[in-house]
Design a binder for this molecule. Structure first.
Ligand SMILES: Cc1cc2nc3c(=O)[nH]c(=O)nc-3n(C[C@H](O)[C@H](O)[C@H](O)COP(=O)(O)O)c2cc1C
Length: 213
């Protein structure tokens, strides 16, 4: 009788043990662990992105108009160092190579720059300046001045309470009257002197940013 009881006990024990091992090693469970890990990673990355978006409303903004990318490259460096948002002014009617031909008296840019009242349309989405305390404004020098589309931009927005910092790139000319022109056209904001940033090293760029912010 004892033997029968022992045998039954051993059979029940072995069966229970096999069931327990089976549960731990079940493939479904392993995948569910992986899924949980994957989904929690997703959650982490999604919430990180969300917080970056939520925090992207900073108080420093870099605005730039750039026809061939030189000023935009400087704007990107300023935005990275100053931890700023970036807004690119795009012309509603993009400037073609022919439009940018300064050797042509009849090119679009020559005509626009010769006409102080020209106000090329902006094609980029509306901008809200709410919350921005400092706005860097970058542009190339065209015929010794700011491109007229910059006049369109500064006349469109209210810079009250905002420190505006013009910067530019050129083929060699200086800032000229471009910074004063922008301040005059804007009619609001605290305007700093403009800064020419041709071939500026990281150290010089950062020193300048630190000095104006
Ligand atoms: C229509 C036009 C006019 C320009 N006028 C001048 C000028 O008066 N002085 C100068 O040094 N460079 C002048 N340039 C050169 C640009 O200022 C220079 O290449 C600038 O870095 C371009 O910047 P972007 O690539 O951001 O457009 C002119 C360029 C164009 C297209």
């Amino acid at each position: 009788m004892k033997r029968i009881i022992s045998a039954v006990f051993i059979i029940v024990f072995v069966a229970a043990l096999a069931a327990a091992c089976g549960q731990t090693a079940a493939p479904e469970d392993t995948s569910s662990v992986k899924e949980t890990t994957a989904s929690s990673k997703e959650t982490v990355s999604v919430s990180a992105e969300t917080s970056i978006l939520a925090e992207s409303r900073k108080d420093v903004l870099v605005v730039v108009f750039s026809a061939t990318g030189t000023t935009k490259a400087v704007a990107d460096r300023i935005a990275a160092y100053a931890d700023a948002d970036l807004y690119e002014i795009k012309a509603a009617q993009e400037y073609t190579a022919a439009d940018l031909d300064w050797t042509d008296r009849n090119s679009r840019t020559t005509i626009e720059q010769n006409d102080k009242s020209a106000r090329p349309q902006i094609g980029s989405p509306e901008l809200s300046l709410d919350g921005y305390k400092t706005v860097f404004i970058g542009y190339p020098i065209w015929w010794g001045e700011e491109p007229r589309i910059l006049d369109t931009f500064v006349e469109k927005y209210d810079f009250d309470g905002v420190t505006c910092i013009p910067f530019c790139t050129s083929g060699g000319s200086g800032v000229g009257r471009s910074d004063k022109n922008l301040a005059d056209h804007a009619g609001s904001g605290n305007w700093e002197s403009g800064k020419l940033l041709n071939h500026t090293s990281d150290a010089d760029l950062q020193n300048w940013i630190d000095s104006v912010m």
